[in-house]
Design a binder for this molecule. Structure first.
Ligand SMILES: Cc1cc2nc3c(=O)[nH]c(=O)nc-3n(C[C@H](O)[C@H](O)[C@H](O)COP(=O)(O)O)c2cc1C
Length: 373
């Protein structure tokens, strides 16, 4: 199938989005594509990149390029990480298992979501040799939270990514119009229905009473009371690096340092949470300055092409998370689609780096971009 898509010139983000739309249900496609509210922030994420322009230098021997980065002592061949995306079963029957296999083949770390269709153990099984991190939706039932973290450690996950921008779910117009919630349909139950603590909270097994099990899941999935002091609970339960995903304010970056967090991810959840919120790229420079190189700064929300990656790294990111592009690849062509999206993006970053006059990701500095308009 991948060859067919190549022949059809399915190359860039828009091509993959169109292929995905042809292959999955309109409800699932809307769920993936949509942002919150009026989608002001969803649009702002991409538009923010247009305001920065690369100022290339020439005659600098770019015949050999190095795209590798090092994070938490581990070297990776590209500056990509696959963002946590829940409920991948709505995009493809193999869901996160296909993504995990692609991630392993491409040597790109994969962040498995708390609300995955498959369990974290099943996902780990498909990517035994690859770096994988676990994204935590801190459950209202804290024993489930600690159980998830313990399971992730046991299954060889290398970091815990706590998503802090989801005290509750953003208001997504398209899904409301469709009356569609994949969580309520059980597409995100992989980790919960395999969790001993979660199961102990039910009077009947999910097989015996699916409605009650899903009701409990929806009830405990988020923890709106979470505050900075609570991070010590997580620290007590794991020695893995802890990253906070959703940092947009330099003051929160400073608080993250104060609370001994190991990394931050500048992100607005792809415009799916607070509409009217600043573009993630517009937050990056200040957050990176506040962090001052003490811990890694990762970035997502709006990465579509190679030059976007160069711009994010120039503004202070150490790596970028790929979100919607790979889910469209998954929807269009399963594992092969994810691999092809990463290959295309890698080729685009490689070309953009060389054409900027740089031979290594390590040489990207603020100096190579200028703000216009
Ligand atoms: C369909 C979908 C599901 C997502 N699920 C999660 C999730 O379970 N946990 C999480 O932290 N972020 C989730 N995200 C946000 C992504 O991790 C990432 O922040 C976002 O996709 C980046 O924006 P972009 O895709 O526009 O580049 C999801 C995003 C999408 C599109």
């Amino acid at each position: 199938m991948a060859n067919d898509l190549l022949k059809k010139r399915v190359i860039n983000f828009t091509d993959w989005e169109q292929e995905a739309e042809k292959r999955i249900t309109p409800h699932a496609f809307t769920y993936i594509k949509s942002g919150a509210g009026n989608e002001e922030t969803l649009r702002a994420n991409e538009e923010a990149f247009y305001r920065w322009k690369i100022r290339p230098r020439f005659l600098k021997d770019v015949s050999e390029r190095n795209l590798s980065i090092t994070l938490f002592g581990k070297k990776h061949p590209t500056p990509f990480i696959l963002a946590p995306i829940g409920m991948q079963g709505i995009a493809h029957p193999e869901g996160e298992k296909a993504t995990a296999k692609a991630a392993q083949n491409m040597n790109v770390p994969f962040i498995a979501s708390s609300v995955s269709t498959y369990s974290l153990e099943e996902i780990a099984h498909e990517s035994v040799d690859n770096s994988r991190w676990f994204q935590l939706y801190w459950s209202k039932d804290w024993e489930i939270t600690s159980s998830f973290v313990k399971r992730a450690e046991q299954a060889g996950y290398e970091a815990i990514v706590v998503t802090i921008d989801t005290a509750l779910l953003g208001i997504r117009q398209g899904d409301l119009t469709h009356g569609y919630s994949p969580l309520k349909l059980g597409e995100g139950a992989g980790n919960y229905f395999s969790d001993p603590v979660f199961l102990s909270r039910l009077n009947e097994s999910p097989a015996a009473n699916i409605e009650a099990a899903l009701k409990e899941l929806v009830n405990v999935v988020y923890e709106p009371s979470l505050s900075w002091e609570d991070l010590s609970f997580l620290r007590k339960h794991t020695n893995l690096p802890i990253l906070l995903k959703g940092i947009l304010h330099p003051e929160d970056a400073r608080l993250a340092l104060e609370h001994s967090v190991d990394g931050v991810i500048v992100s607005n959840h792809g415009g799916r949470q607070l509409d009217g919120c600043i573009a993630a790229l517009d937050a990056l420079e200040e957050v990176a300055k506040a962090v001052g190189g003490k811990i890694p700064v990762l970035f997502d929300s709006g990465i579509r092409r190679g030059p976007d990656v160069i711009k994010a790294l120039a503004l202070g990111a150490d790596a970028v998370l790929i979100g919607r592009p790979y889910i469209y690849g998954l929807a269009a062509d399963g594992q092969m689609g994810v691999e092809q999206v990463l290959l295309n993006l890698g080729a685009d970053v490689d070309a953009s780096l060389a054409l900027s006059g740089l031979s290594s990701i390590k040489h990207i500095s603020p100096e190579i971009i200028v703000k216009k308009g």
